[in-house]
Design a protein around this ligand. Structure first.
Ligand code: NI
Length: 392
């Protein structure tokens, strides 16, 4: 089976590169993936899959029926959206859309999803069980997975596989991570209200700017002294607004930030922990506060058994020297975690670094993908899917 998958995938390589370049030069922003979705639906229909469009706003769902439709159902997820970045790669297939770029490799994820559907539909016989392909919109805004799930795409799904490109691994290699892959990412808004007064008479006022600075400092110190250092928390206040004049004490300050964590118990406890610190500091100095803590996506926790399947699939396909076990998670966020609230899953990292070019990080205007990675991704995904029904 593996050699058959590898043969079909390498024969498809020129077509896969053509698909990826089309997607790369026609990027669309989150929630606006209409052309991309139509293109994806076209490719899937031409493979003979049953395709549903406009799922989860601009998402596409397709099923490849297995020999036994009563067996466990496997979902494969790919995201399709691009970023508001002006591309500066100078490539001949660079973005045709000013200010929009596939700088997070979602063009590659979509191509790997399509390539997997193409390869598996060209095998002489059907797979043991059914695969549901999920092409989701709006990953960058952490909305698309939720939209898809609300439209029922996880109904009946027993496991889900995903992939994300990784510029710190060479093309041709795959990264496998057991446990936490990405962080929970929440939004924090605090409004601290004091009392205005003359800048020369602080004792007659309640200085919201100074109290806000105490809140920020205390939160950072409290992380280092009261949070378990083996369960990291990152709290960044990225925006601060308040005050009107240099000699007038500000009566109100608004703080906006992001809160990242890896451990589910830590994540669950963060809102009340933050609020108790804010409340105590404000109370000490007579200020009032309002806190708005908005849950973002949870941490991606890769399932051990499914991760083992992708690891052994990659190892059989490429040899163990081209499979890296990743020792560290990322504190970035990924809405793949929302699917994992409905079924276990795993996401592997696809190396995309080219041997002869500098490797730029994700979301960089010069982000570059060595396209040989596409076949690596397709074979790893397709063979993992096959091995899924052999497990247990
Ligand atoms: Ni991404």
């Amino acid at each position: 089976m593996l050699s058959q998958i590898k043969d079909i995938a390498s024969n498809l390589a020129p077509r896969l590169i053509e698909i990826r370049r089309h997607l790369h030069s026609h990027p669309e922003l989150s929630g606006q993936e209409y052309q991309t979705a139509a293109y994806v639906a076209g490719v899937l229909s031409s493979c003979g899959l049953h395709v549903q469009e406009l799922v989860g706003k601009t998402g596409v769902v397709a099923e490849l029926p297995g020999a036994n439709t009563d067996l466990r159902l496997l979902a494969i997820r790919a995201d399709m959206d691009a970023l508001p970045i002006q591309e500066r790669t100078g490539l001949e297939y660079a973005s045709h859309q000013p200010g929009i770029m596939h700088a997070c490799g979602h063009d590659v994820h979509t191509t790997v999803g399509l390539g997997t559907a193409m390869v598996l539909s060209q095998l002489g016989e059907p797979l043991p069980g059914t695969i549901r392909f999920l092409f989701q919109p709006a990953e960058e805004t952490a909305q698309g997975a939720g939209w898809m799930i609300r439209d029922g795409v996880m109904e009946g799904v027993n496991a889900v596989l995903g992939v994300h490109v990784f510029p710190s691994i060479a093309a041709g290699s795959v990264g496998i991570r057991y446990g936490a892959l990405t962080a929970a990412a929440d939004d924090l808004e605090l409004v601290i209200t004091g009392e205005s007064g003359h800048g020369a008479r602080p004792h007659e006022a309640i200085d919201a700017i100074w109290i806000a600075s105490q809140v920020i400092t205390t939160l950072q110190q409290a992380i280092s002294r009261t949070q378990n250092p083996l369960r990291p928390v990152v709290l960044t206040i990225g925006q601060i607004q308040g005050g009107r004049a240099p000699n007038v004490i500000a009566d109100q300050v608004r703080l906006l930030g992001t809160v990242r964590s890896l451990h589910p118990e830590t994540s669950a406890a963060l809102p009340s922990w933050i609020e108790s610190i804010v409340a105590h500091v404000c109370q000490t100095y007579g200020a009032k506060y309002a806190m708005n803590y908005r849950r973002g996506v949870p941490s991606v926790q890769n399932d051990p058994a499914l991760t083992q399947i992708t690891e052994s699939a990659a190892e059989e396909a490429w040899g163990s020297d081209r499979v890296q076990i990743l020792l560290e998670p990322s504190l970035g966020a990924e809405d793949f975690s929302l699917y994992l609230e409905h079924a276990p899953g795993t996401m592997f990292r696809l190396g995309v670094a080219a041997p002869d070019r500098p490797s730029y990080p994700l979301h960089h205007p010069q982000f570059y993908v060595d396209e040989s990675a596409i076949v690596t991704g397709v074979v790893t995904m397709a063979y993992s899917a096959y091995k899924y029904w052999l497990s247990r």
